[in-house]
Design a protein around this ligand. Structure first.
Ligand code: C2E
Ligand code: CA
Ligand code: CA
Length: 608
């Protein structure tokens, strides 16, 4: 057959298998079985096996062996470097081993007595498997007669090796995804579920029939303790409170979650009678008020509790949470160490999420949101490349609030598009101010919420803002999170293209945390990818994180994208990332996000 034709035929067969939905969703074993069978039948070889390097590269252990007529076998076999140094050397050079006559080939000769002769094998074709850029295993094809391996044969073997490597990467990814899932649903200090997890539970339980009560428990004066005795003591108290709540025995007790620094929510099924709830909350308050022994001191703390009842005080989980929290604030105002059931008069005046929401609406409208800036530097020489704009809310009574305190609220109130435009205005204002002071700031990186990208009018709105400030799209790089591109629609593609046409850059934010649709990334105009902080945190000591980061770097390179690592705090992280070819770095190591005035001062200082 025409070698080109052969080549195409092999690859079509492999693509057909890999793109098959059943294959994609299948178990690892079945995937490997399918790949080895396919390989054996296409190339007409008697045996195909997959091996992994162990003990720092001194052993090979087989995972699967497919033999014509005998099927698949998963019992491990071993090969040691000691017995077969020439083979290991060839493999370590990460070369394809194409032995026409394996019994005479210097690389494979050592296998003769114990392997090749007894099994009747004459020819071997071994292709290395790489994981995260490093040699990790090998796929071995063995034929019972001497054979000249064609270019098409070799190319198929390599393609199968790459497919196996992708399977590994994907598994590493979904594992880290599960860990992240834990992080997003559990609180690390107390091990209790968190607000997300409570919301899930509420969502579920509000679809059932039985009424339930929601208790919002807030510790009194924890801030004073933190300030006066240190965060460590504060954390110990919170841990002890979590323990006490966990061990309370109350009929109908369902889930307990830690929903804020010193705030807990408890769900109690069926026991919604008012006098019963009063009795119950009092007993919780008593339990918490019992003195706790912390090192050499005895400390007593009090708490305040707010209660809302489903369905009387709210139909959906968010309203119920809001109302329980509102009732808690009411209890606090009545004097600490008390409980309060929600009632309609509370919703009017309580310092609740409601209030915060309307304050946020006001703040957006009146341009009271501020933007702080964090440098993104070039890894090779520390040169300042970009400044990421990060929103801040200077709240009249709560002080300077980071986005984590109000973005959720803004999202659920549908305020994100407005918030986004307020940030754009503020950033443009700052750019102009810098220009007028004779300073040229680098490109600003702006976070765009998914909600903003759903609006086809966004480019038009941006253009208006640019015009108002005499700027243009080149001043900006827009960061969007992975989940945005999950919905790869014509409208989105169009919108992204318009942003690029206006001169702006596009980056994928928090890469690795979502379900990456790399295949789609290829078709979208992203020039940069930001590795999420959670992967950078344990670099370079955590092997999994290193592997994930390396594969992200490899994939980005393959797609021609630059990579930014977020959350770089230490010299070790910096060194490792730079050595691995990461292009840009961002994190506290270079600077925390700083207010505009302070930014100008550092720019002036550096220039002078
Ligand atoms: P992000 O886009 O991943 O922004 C980086 C966050 O990491 C910032 O938190 C920054 O302060 C923090 N960070 C930077 N370096 C380090 C480090 O070395 N260590 C640690 N532990 N943290 C570091 P920030 O400002 O609280 O922002 C949180 C998130 O809020 C942002 O995450 C972004 O998703 C969102 N956000 C911020 N501003 C805006 C905005 O204007 N619009 C929208 N839609 N979202 C925004
Ligand atoms: Ca960002
Ligand atoms: Ca990020």
């Amino acid at each position: 057959m025409d070698p080109n034709q052969q080549f195409i035929e092999y690859h079509q067969a492999l693509m057909k298998l890999c793109h098959d939905k059943a294959f994609i969703q299948d178990t690892r074993r079945n995937k490997l079985s399918a790949l080895t069978s396919l390989c054996a039948s296409l190339l007409n070889v008697g045996r195909v096996s997959v091996w992994w390097l162990q003990s720092g590269g001194d052993d090979l252990e087989s995972e699967i062996l497919y033999q014509l007529g005998e099927g698949h076998n998963f019992d491990p076999n071993y090969l040691t470097r000691l017995g077969n140094p020439a083979y290991f050397d060839a493999l370590m050079k990460a070369r394809i081993i194409d032995a026409r006559n394996a019994r005479q080939d210097p690389r494979t000769q050592a296998f003769n007595d114990h392997y090749l002769i007894p099994t009747g094998i004459h020819a071997m074709l071994d292709a290395p498997i790489f994981d995260a850029g490093q040699l990790s295993g090998v796929i071995c094809l063995e034929a019972l007669e001497p054979r000249d391996w064609s270019l098409a044969d070799i190319s198929l073997a390599t393609a199968i090796a790459d497919t196996i490597s992708l399977i590994n990467t994907h598994e590493a990814w979904s594992q880290s995804q599960q860990q992240l899932d834990y992080v997003t649903h559990f609180d690390s200090l107390t091990g209790l579920p968190n607000l997300n997890s409570m919301r899930d539970r509420l969502h579920h339980i509000t679809r059932q029939e039985a009424p339930f009560a929601l208790l919002w428990i807030d510790l009194d004066r924890i801030k004073a303790i933190n300030d006066g005795m240190g965060q460590m003591i504060g954390n110990q108290i919170i841990g002890e409170v979590a323990n006490r709540l966990r061990h309370l025995s109350i009929p109908g007790k369902d889930k307990i979650a830690r929903v804020g620094g010193d705030e807990f929510v408890m769900l109690i099924r069926r026991q919604t009678d008012e006098s019963h709830l009063r009795h119950l909350t009092q007993s919780i308050l008593n339990t918490l008020a019992a003195p706790m022994q912390l090192h050499d001191q005895l400390l007593a703390i009090t708490a305040s509790i707010g209660v809302s009842i489903w369905p009387a005080d709210g139909q959906d989980s968010d309203t119920l949470l809001k109302h329980a929290e509102a009732a808690m604030y009411h209890a606090k105002e009545q004097g600490r160490g008390q409980a309060q059931l929600f009632n309609r008069s509370i919703s009017a005046d309580a310092r609740s999420r409601f209030q915060l929401e309307s304050q946020l609406r006001e703040a957006i409208r009146n341009q009271q949101l501020d933007v702080h800036y964090q440098p993104i530097v070039r890894a090779s020489d520390g040169h300042l490349m970009q400044l990421e704009a990060l929103v801040r809310w200077n709240h009249p009574t709560h002080g300077l609030l980071p986005p984590i305190r109000f973005l959720d609220l803004a999202r659920s109130a549908g305020l994100l598009p407005d918030l986004g435009m307020a940030v754009m205005h503020r950033a443009c204002h700052h750019l102009r101010q810098a220009q007028q002071a004779g300073m040229n700031l680098p490109q600003l990186a702006i976070n765009l919420a998914p909600e903003q990208l759903l609006d086809p009018l966004l480019p038009e709105q941006l253009k208006e803002v640019y015009e108002a400030y005499g700027l243009n799209g080149e001043c900006f790089d827009f960061e969007v999170t992975e989940d945005v591109i999950k919905a790869d629609t014509e409208i989105l593609r169009n919108l992204l293209k318009q942003l690029v046409d206006m001169g702006s850059g596009l980056s994928i934010d928090d890469f690795g945390t979502g379900y990456s649709s790399l295949a789609r990334l290829k078709h979208l105009p992203f020039a940069k990818l930001k590795i999420d902080r959670s992967f950078v945190k344990e670099l370079p000591s955590d092997r999994d994180d290193c592997a994930i980061t390396l594969s992200i770097l490899g994939l980005a390179r393959g797609l021609g994208m630059a990579v930014v690592a977020e959350g770089v705090e230490t010299e070790d992280q910096e060194r490792w990332l730079t050595e691995q070819g990461c292009d840009f770095l961002q994190g506290y190591r270079y600077s925390r996000p700083v207010p505009f005035d302070q930014l100008l001062m550092t720019v002036i200082k550096d220039a002078g």
